[in-house]
Design a protein around this ligand. Structure first.
Ligand SMILES: Nc1ncnc2c1ncn2[C@@H]1O[C@H](COP(=O)(O)OP(=O)(O)OP(=O)(O)O)[C@@H](O)[C@H]1O
Length: 475
């Protein structure tokens, strides 16, 4: 039973009221003060009987200052809870609140359904079980920043998320003043072009990739549009997402990623605030679509930084290329980084099989991997290694042996025959040798360095350079 007591605000009155309940040996389990003019005491005594209430009511009315006593169905905080629960139950979109560690405190039925768990199991679960790890990390890092329209995917379904921090004190902006955050998810229809961000990985900075990583860091702090060029699978998307996280806008803005669909790329109307806009694979757009995109980009606010990825800047229409002409990074293909192939391979194995025990590579395996040209670059290497690691783990091995490797059935087909028509074998080899040495000489390497790189003697290099007229004139 719950009672409401209207009384004067007198020192000691609460003590006298509670004493009466004590005298009747009635256990009061909860209570609060309130009312419009602060003149009400609400008490909950679940085991109080109707006869006990009549006696208590009389005693209470004798206390100086007590004006009225009546039974009520719910005390105000219970009513608020009840109303909130009812309200949430009737909201069709998922709504939930989280604490500062990203643990779910409360959620409605729609949220439980979206997450695929029963409602009673949602409280206490970690948000990262349902949302991409990278986004949760970003949200928790910038807990105090409200976010609107953030694209997320929950179990394959696209939503737009609103993130509203819950302040409890009058010190806006301070994380300590927040009780947590409320998230609402609205099913998103516009997902024709939007795509999830690639997962956040530690960037590999081996061999020529080191230069790209350093350049990325340099350019992250700037605001101009940036073009990331390179072959299929060299890591363009990975670099674009990393750039957002390295940039100062990551603290205040969101990262949106758009992919071409049917040769078009449309910037959705809600993408207008500060942040990073990743425009993927612009080489897949027709000339008309590129110019249409350019018109949209010109209308974007300057706080939204466009980052484009493309197989090569030459594939862009001149006007679009102009927009991305000041800052660019070209990522090197994997076949040009053979000296670091074992490091890439081990890093890739760790990244792709994080739960498995660390694996090594046999010398023969590494030799095969090094010889291959990896036309799909890291994408090809990843799939190949995942398959090989699976076989190695299945036989309980700790070193990937040649027997674990899938066949490299598709060898790169280059038009050698076409190229060599009319030449003898000797002539073909000579031209090949000359072209290769010509490239190396253009890098300004000394003959000693050249000999080391090619694994032949210094004298042999000097003779060949002389033969092909590539030796530097003396003097
Ligand atoms: N520097 C890097 N550090 C860590 N992982 C990387 C790096 N570069 C590439 N990867 C990995 O290589 C794979 C391919 O990268 P990504 O998808 O970014 O390439 P892409 O050039 O955008 O490919 P596509 O041309 O298919 O769009 C991914 O699995 C990614 O995790």
């Amino acid at each position: 039973m719950r009672v409401e007591i209207t009384c004067a605000n007198r020192v000691g009155i609460l003590h006298e009221i509670m004493q009466i309940f004590g005298e009747y040996r009635i256990n009061v389990t909860s209570g609060e003060l309130g009312g419009d003019s602060g003149d009400k005491v609400y008490l909950s005594a679940p085991n109080m009987l109707a006869t006990q209430y009549q006696a208590i009511e009389k005693s209470l009315l004798k206390v100086p200052g007590v004006q009225r006593v009546r039974r009520i169905a719910l005390i105000p905080s219970e009513r608020r809870h009840f109303e909130l629960d009812t309200l949430l139950r009737h909201v069709a979109d998922p709504v939930l609140s989280v604490d500062r560690e990203g643990r779910v405190i409360a959620a409605n039925l729609a949220a439980a359904r979206a997450f695929g768990v029963s409602l009673d199991r949602v409280p206490g679960l970690q948000l990262q079980r349902f949302l991409p790890l990278m986004q949760v990390a970003e949200l928790l890092r910038d807990f105090t920043v409200p976010r609107y329209g953030l694209p997320v995917r929950v179990r394959g379904r696209a939503f737009r998320m609103e993130w509203s921090p819950i302040p409890v004190e009058e010190s806006p902006g301070a994380v300590d003043s927040l009780a947590g955050a409320v998230l609402t998810l609205q099913p998103s229809e516009m997902d024709q072009y939007a795509a999830e961000l690639p997962r956040l990985v530690a960037l590999w900075d081996f061999d020529r990739r080191r230069e790209s990583c350093l350049r990325l860091q340099e350019l992250a702090g700037l605001g101009s549009p940036l073009l990331i060029a390179g072959e299929r699978g060299v890591g363009k998307s990975t670099f674009a997402a990393a750039l957002h996280h390295l940039s100062p806008v990551a603290a205040a803005g969101d990262c949106h990623r758009l992919l071409p669909r049917d040769g078009q790329l449309q910037v959705p109307a809600h993408v207008r605030g500060a942040g990073t806009l990743i425009l993927e694979d612009l080489h897949r757009l027709s000339a008309t679509a590129q110019l249409a995109l350019l018109r949209q980009l010109r209308d974007l606010p300057p706080e939204l930084r466009p980052i484009a990825t493309c197989s090569s800047a030459e594939k862009l229409e001149p006007a679009l290329a102009q927009l991305f002409s000041s800052l660019a990074i070209t990522l090197p293909p994997l076949r040009t980084m053979r000296p670091a192939l074992s490091r890439f391979t081990l890093a890739m194995l760790r990244q792709e099989t994080p739960q498995a025990r660390p694996l090594n590579l046999s010398e023969e395996t590494l030799a095969i991997l090094k010889r291959h040209d990896w036309p799909d670059n890291f994408n090809g290497l990843r799939d190949y290694l995942v398959a090989a690691a699976g076989r190695c783990l299945a036989r309980d091995g700790d070193t990937v042996e040649v027997g674990d490797l899938p066949d490299l059935a598709v060898q790169p087909r280059l038009p050698w025959q076409e190229w060599g028509r009319g030449l003898t074998y000797r002539e073909m080899m000579e031209r090949l040798e000359r072209a290769l040495l010509g490239d190396l000489v253009a890098e300004q390497l000394s003959t000693r360095e050249l000999a080391k790189r090619l694994g032949i003697s210094h004298t042999a290099v000097a003779n060949k350079l002389r033969k092909f007229g590539l030796a530097k004139p003396k003097g």
